[in-house]
Design a protein around this ligand. Structure first.
Ligand SMILES: Cc1cc2nc3c(=O)[nH]c(=O)nc-3n(C[C@H](O)[C@H](O)[C@H](O)COP(=O)(O)OP(=O)(O)OC[C@H]3O[C@@H](n4cnc5c(N)ncnc54)[C@H](O)[C@@H]3O)c2cc1C
Length: 300
């Protein structure tokens, strides 16, 4: 395990190094994913570019319209604990709280979680459901990419030569909008998701609008369950409709069988967790969240 360690003091220098050593260099932020890949010889970079010393990439900010900007180096723990995020985008805190152990959350960054591009990344489903965008900086300047289009395969992203993610942006949540992220895993947050489900919807006067359902760990990338969304959009929600949407989500998921679960089991769990998550965003069904929490902890 030999590589040259480079610690550029600015974004500009980081980009210049990444461009110069294209294909031979990897960015490191918290290192919780990258060092595993290096130790297990999955990758053998000649250069590791530590962006942890670049100032101004660790922040959580709201503008006067309620839009959220998160610096790429913000730790998962900071997001989990942010009082502002808890109030305005609680679904992000929910997802952050379910990522790994406290030790991992203290070191791992939001930029790293997204750029590692695991299909099971816990922060991705709720951010996609919120319509988040990434600010990317590279040799050609700055560009924005919808998070939904960022993932191109397991471990693969839309990042091009010399580029890095500097900011994650999420629009404000409209009034009467609620979000839920549920994770199903064998050992709670300490384990990767077998299934992750984020649901966001505006529910006022019985009708559900702006429905977003995003699944993690059941396709090569986090995916929108569009048929499930359509089943609910503009409708008054009842049990039959919830069942229809949950079944649609299971049908459109494309899981594989691996050490954490079979494809069939995952599909079944998509149905169960989508059902619970939908109930969680409908105000009168708030109690369902408590039930799922208990089941997730394996107490029932
Ligand atoms: C024991 C353990 C448990 C874990 N549990 C979970 C879990 O439950 N859920 C989950 O989602 N993840 C989990 N993880 C994975 C990991 O901790 C998270 O993905 C973490 O957020 C990664 O952030 P990092 O800063 O450590 O990334 P790093 O390891 O530093 O980087 C990860 C990847 O992203 C790239 N990168 C990082 N930042 C940028 C950037 N700004 N621009 C461009 N590329 C960048 C790196 O080159 C690398 O390819 C776990 C890891 C471990 C070791």
């Amino acid at each position: 395990m030999r590589f040259d360690y480079l610690a550029p003091p600015t974004i500009k220098e980081a980009i210049s190094l990444l461009s110069k050593y294209d294909g031979k260099a990897k960015v490191i932020a918290g290192g919780t994913d990258l060092m595993n890949l290096i130790r297990t010889k999955m990758i053998k970079p000649e250069y590791v570019v530590d962006i942890g010393h670049v100032p101004g990439l660790d922040y959580v900010k709201y503008d006067d319209k309620g839009a959220l900007s998160i610096g790429a180096l913000t730790t998962i723990r900071t997001l989990e604990m942010s009082a502002q995020v808890k109030e305005r985008h609680p679904v992000i805190c929910q997802a952050a709280a379910q990522l790994g152990s406290m030790a991992i959350r203290n070191v791992g960054t939001i930029g790293g979680n997204l750029c590692h591009a695991s299909p099971a990344a816990d922060t991705a489903p709720s951010l996609i459901a919120l319509g988040a965008r990434l600010k990317i900086v590279g040799p050609a300047g700055e560009r924005a990419v919808a998070l939904e289009n960022f993932f191109t395969g397991p471990g693969q992203t839309a990042l091009q030569r010399g580029e890095m993610v500097v900011e994650i942006q999420a629009p404000s949540m409209p009034p009467h909008t609620r979000g839920v992220y549920l994770k199903h895993s064998i050992r709670g947050a300490a384990d990767l998701a077998i299934v992750g489900v984020a649901v966001i919807a505006t529910s006022n006067g019985g009708c559900c609008r702006n429905v977003r359902i995003v699944l993690g760990a059941v396709a090569p990338t986090p995916m929108r369950a569009r048929n499930a969304e359509e089943a609910l959009e503009g409708k008054e929600i009842d049990d039959a409709l919830i069942e229809k949407a949950a079944q649609a989500a299971a049908d459109e998921s494309r899981p594989i069988t691996d050490v954490r679960g079979s494809a069939d089991y995952r599909k079944e769990m998509v149905k169960v967790f989508t059902r619970w998550a939908i109930r969680g965003v409908i105000p009168k069904e708030e109690a369902v969240n408590e039930t799922t929490h208990i089941i997730q902890r394996g107490e029932k």
